[in-house]
Ligand binder design. Sequence first.
Ligand code: SF4
Ligand code: SF4
Length: 360
Amino acid sequence: MPDSHQSDGYQLVETRLQQTLDNGDVVCNLCLWRCRLRHGQRGFCQAHVNRNGRLYNLSYGIISAIEVESIRNKPVYHYRPDSRVMSIGSYGCNFRCKGCHNLEISWGVDALDRLARGQSTDAWVRPEQIIETALKHGVDGIAFTYSEPAVWLEYVLDVSKLAQAAGLFTVYVSNSFVTDEALEVMAPYIDVLCSDIKSLSAAFYHDICPVSTVEQVLGSISKAAELGIHVETRTNVIPTRNDDPAELLRIAEWIRDNLGADSPWHVTRFFPAYKLSHLPATDTNLVEQVAAAARDIGLEHVYAHTDISCDCATENAPVSDWLELDAEALDAVNRCSASCCGDEGILVKKFEREAGLLPD
Ligand code: SF4
Ligand code: SF4
């Protein structure tokens, strides 16, 4: 496995945390789904595919959204609080939250399918271009956000290594359904983890990701802290779903007892979206009451956000506003530049057909 991936055009990139079984199935060890995939199959996130016993990432270098903003928007308040970051994201998520704000970016099922068919014209950006752009805009760090960075790990790593060399810090905004192996690979290059603790209810997590448990998510956050990453946590309070004050206080207790009384906790409001469009926005008073109660039990840095929600993508910020890509590059169809992909520009469908997963 090369340390970084150099290519002049869009290409599928082999992932590093994978295990090939004797029968040719591949286990992906990037996130805690640990998908076991047959030849031609894609993982739950849709961003990885098994081709002939090796696992590839479809979204390497594909940027769905980009923005320059304050680190406080992430929200991160206790790491370089006056700094600005360039936020970037791609497609693909390992959760299916019913109140997710921009499914086109975060789940990205259609976008990933277009990539798989060799029909995507999304921006393809080399890691070096991200760093050049960040430096040009004078930001202090890069934030990987909008969808789940774990399902884009090869690119996150390559950009992070270059960022570190250029004196930029890195922020990883995550749902923390991530393997210890992935965190260990990332830890030397990631400065800040801003993680959701969505709930302490097994039913809540089961609803958005049937294989997940609360313990796994909390374990992953603890692991990141043990690895020396600066951790801040966030809970987006959703009316009738996770707004029981007693349960919210238990989240505060967990943070105090496991991450430390000085560990920052951000409490944000839900705003209606997708399958939860029928719910009201969270009452501002509740957010403030929860924050006050958390301070009362000894959590020192609790922030009630009445103006922001979770950090998952809310809009498809125009990539060309920030990146100096010529129009031709932005209109180009992303067909794999590796010779193995071949015929008719078709990337993955060919392999899915071979595997009998599609009609002829
Ligand atoms: S990143 Fe997670 S969801 Fe995607 S293929 Fe790997 S284990 Fe499955
Ligand atoms: S809300 Fe965040 S974690 Fe949930 S599906 Fe959307 S992008 Fe993924």
